[in-house]
Design a protein around this ligand. Structure first.
Ligand code: URA
Length: 238
């Protein structure tokens, strides 16, 4: 089992610079197995390592995989300009760990957003070659009709896209709501597809990615959770 010194462990988990982590340890703010550890050079195996910092319990994680039920009025971009960034919803150490959103939701789109500090995972999940279905619930200004769902299934031509884009599936939920499943993740895709089909999207929520659903995660808007291996498996392409 690989061992790391306690200052490196704390730093790797996003609790600040090495110097700052050393101070926290020397000040007696860290316990392991119920004992306060004040020697920052003490080595510990990282697998399954539990520790407390300021009395709060943490588990060592090489990478973090997070699901957030994104509220409206938060931006996914690295440099948010008009609204706070989604990272501000999470504890500060995730910013230090360089956690990033996997893909983007518009500032006014709510629902399931994955976040991680594992570059390979972010890349794999974002790759257009993976064909991971994303499920959205769109609220529309004009009524949802069979003609509308038919158009979205057949494909609509978007400005700047060489070929028409089609929904993988699409069904009416009620007079002004539809569920649409997309395999691509083009800029404003749902809103632009609805506009191209003669309607207007007034609200958008992502309810699932692959077989991972927000309902199963039971997250209220603004809540987040770590994803375990079984949940990550649900993100595989269909
Ligand atoms: N399609 C959109 O139009 N916006 C999103 O945020 C996601 C998909």
């Amino acid at each position: 089992m690989s061992k790391l010194t306690l200052d490196r462990i704390l730093q790797s988990q996003g609790f600040g610079t090495r110097k700052w982590c050393r101070e926290l340890i020397s000040d007696g703010e860290v316990t392991i197995g119920g004992e306060t550890v004040t020697d920052y050079r003490a080595g510990f195996g990282t697998a399954g390592l539990a520790f407390t910092l300021f009395g709060e319990e943490w588990l060592y994680r090489e990478h973090v995989y997070i699901a957030l039920n994104k509220p409206a009025d938060f931006e996914c971009s690295r440099k948010p300009s008009h609204h706070p960034g989604v990272l501000t919803i999470l504890p500060e150490q995730f910013t230090w760990r360089d956690v990033q959103p996997v893909g983007r939701l518009d500032h006014d789109t709510t629902g399931l957003l994955l976040m991680s500090d594992d570059g390979a995972f972010i890349h794999a999940q974002s790759s257009p070659k993976r064909h991971i279905p994303k499920v959205y619930v769109a609220t529309t200004d004009e009524p949802v009709t069979p003609a509308l769902t038919g158009q979205l299934l057949d494909g609509v031509k978007l400005h700047d896209e060489p070929a028409p884009l089609a929904a993988q599936s699409c069904r009416m939920i009620d007079t002004h709501r539809l569920e649409i499943v997309l395999e691509q993740g083009k800029y404003h895709q749902v809103k632009r597809m609805l506009a191209a089909a003669g309607n207007h999207c007034s609200a958008l929520r992502r309810s699932a990615i692959g077989a991972l659903t927000l309902d199963a995660l039971e997250l209220e808007e603004g809540e987040w959770c770590y994803l375990d291996d079984a949940q990550l498996m649900l993100l595989a392409p269909t």
